[in-house]
Design a protein around this ligand. Structure first.
Ligand code: URA
Length: 259
């Protein structure tokens, strides 16, 4: 029973699971897994990678945390793919940059700006970071069934929380020229939000022939303020999780993949 290096999982342990939720935060793993249909079980916890296993619609499903950012996220997707997983839904949090988006709403990303580094190790920068059309459709279905306000569109996926997302409330207060004025530019170009993992997931999945999607709960609107308030995180996580679960049920029920 050989385990993959970082996740501490083997094919036997994951019981042929093909579907995985990918929160960034390890603490979100049990929260997601507790909403599965059957009693979920803990499988492994190494570094930032925590995994629980359970069932949805009669199929085995995983929740595995990716940690923050591209490098650890690419490892999670890679090693789960090596174990046979083909469908991934990131369940994350995000900062919105358009005025009409409220905290607690969710954003379903259709494609991402590639301001991560890890995805460039899988494909040149001209290669688009796009979500799986099937996963996006399932997430829209999920959002409609839950009634949560959702927004569909393009995300700026960044390798840093502070300079890459043009935050000046940092240690130095300095943002390099490349990112000065970038928030305003993304607003003008109809980018909806910032987060840190979707571009890696989309490029790794597309290049490997896997399906990847991303739903994020809005924890701050940068047109109003910079600081994330703890109480809104709970609501944003709950809404994103509920929709991701509904979407996964839909994908399992309406199987369109040949493998
Ligand atoms: N995650 C991010 O990457 N940015 C935010 O503003 C909030 C959550």
């Amino acid at each position: 029973m050989e385990s993959v290096y970082h996740l501490g999982l083997s094919r036997e342990m994951i019981k042929e699971a093909k579907f995985a939720f990918l929160p960034g935060d390890p603490q979100r793993v049990p929260k997601i897994a507790k909403t599965f249909d059957k009693n979920a079980i803990k499988l492994a916890y190494k570094r930032e990678f925590r995994t629980w296993l359970g069932k949805l619609k009669g199929k085995m499903v995983l929740a595995t945390s990716t940690g923050i950012g591209g490098p650890s996220t690419s490892i999670a997707v890679e090693e789960l793919a090596q174990l046979g997983v083909h469908t991934f839904i990131r369940v994350g949090t995000t900062g919105a940059i358009q005025k009409n988006i409220k905290v607690g709403d969710v954003i379903i990303t259709t494609g991402s700006l590639r301001f991560d580094g890890a995805s460039t190790h899988y494909a040149p920068i001209e290669y688009p970071a796009v979500a799986s059309y099937e996963v996006v459709s399932a997430l829209i279905h999920g959002a409609k069934t839950t009634g949560v306000d959702y927004h569909l569109g393009i995300t700026a996926s960044c390798g840093t929380f502070y300079p890459g997302q043009e935050r000046y409330d940092s240690f130095s207060g300095y943002v390099i020229r490349k990112f000065q004025g970038s928030l305003k530019e993304w607003q003008k170009l109809n980018v909806l939000n910032y987060e840190m993992e979707s571009s890696t997931i989309f490029v790794v999945c597309s290049t490997l022939g896997l399906r990847g999607g991303c739903i994020s709960g809005v924890v701050v609107n940068r047109t109003e303020q910079e600081k994330v308030k703890k109480e809104v995180v709970v609501l944003a996580e709950k809404n994103a999780t509920q929709i991701a679960i509904e979407a996964m049920r839909y994908l399992i029920q309406n199987r369109t993949l040949s493998h």
